[in-house]
Design a protein around this ligand. Structure first.
Ligand SMILES: [Zn+2]
Length: 268
């Protein structure tokens, strides 16, 4: 009897932790992926937009590079009780990166490649729009490659003196052939060896709109449709597409929202 009571008290306690509200994991700042949990059966809204919640209560969402600092979460449990949480994101400052020596065909692409660029972007867009019912995104991510950081998220970039879009990945420098590992479990949804800007390009879907993209690869070790486990060898670093040297450009998306992978892994 005593044993039964003890167990039951513990189970109430652990239920209470989630039943009280919401658990959030991630830095409350621009560019951040937030993972979290609400009581099973709840619905969730971020700034009045519905966010998908798994049967168990897991969810993810992300704040873009220049996200509004004032944010509002609202959730309703299975019994209809509505709760709200307002919070303020920390504003980030982004550096400017000047890059010289970029081949001119990448700074001002010739007319003849514009349809190819459009097609590349469309394929990437389709892969990132996936809303797969997998909970791989709840894992603790690992760095996909060894090597020094040579480019950071959000930086404003100037190629050969021409201002371009900000950089949205984290760059890990390493010689061509350096192994690239899956940062979390997932399914490969895209592998194209020769996109115009991004060269060898691979996307791994971690579920609920969270995906990893790897750019400039020299080689892929898996095909589209392959299920991968965290730490599996998936590709090799390369210098394909618009680059000035071999590196891995790792991106994290929540659907179209481009997020900072460096916030998901231990500081390097
Ligand atoms: Zn990059």
């Amino acid at each position: 009897m005593l044993k039964y009571l003890t167990l039951c008290a513990m189970c109430l306690l652990s239920l209470g932790a989630v039943a009280n509200g919401i658990k959030l994991k991630g830095e409350m700042t621009q560019g951040s992926l937030i993972r979290g949990e609400v009581p099973a059966g709840s619905q969730l809204w971020l700034n009045e937009n519905p966010v998908r919640v798994s049967e168990e209560g897991y969810f993810a969402f992300g704040f873009g590079r220049d996200a509004e600092l004032t944010q509002k979460l609202k959730w309703q449990n299975a019994q209809g009780v509505l709760q709200e949480k307002n919070f303020t994101l920390t504003k980030r400052t982004y550096v400017e990166q000047k890059i010289e020596g970029v081949a001119s065909k990448y700074v001002s692409p010739p007319e003849s490649v514009l349809s190819r660029i459009r097609q590349d972007n469309q394929q990437i867009g389709v892969a990132r729009a996936n809303n797969a019912s997998r909970l791989d995104f709840t894992q603790d991510f690992i760095w996909p490659a060894a090597g020094p950081i040579s480019g950071v998220y959000g930086s404003r970039r100037v190629f050969n003196g021409v201002p371009k879009r900000p950089h949205f990945g984290v760059d890990v420098a390493g010689p061509t052939g350096t192994p690239v590992f899956a940062p979390a479990d997932g399914i490969v949804t895209l592998w194209v060896p020769d996109m115009y800007y991004s060269g060898g390009t691979m996307i791994i879907d971690h579920g609920f709109g969270v995906s990893s993209t790897f750019l400039h690869l020299s080689k892929g070790h898996v095909e589209s449709g392959t299920q991968v486990k965290q730490g599996d060898l998936v590709a090799e670093i390369g210098a394909t597409g618009r680059v000035t040297g071999a590196h891995l450009d790792w991106r994290i998306n929540w659907f179209k929202e481009r997020l900072d992978p460096a916030l998901l892994v231990p500081k390097r």
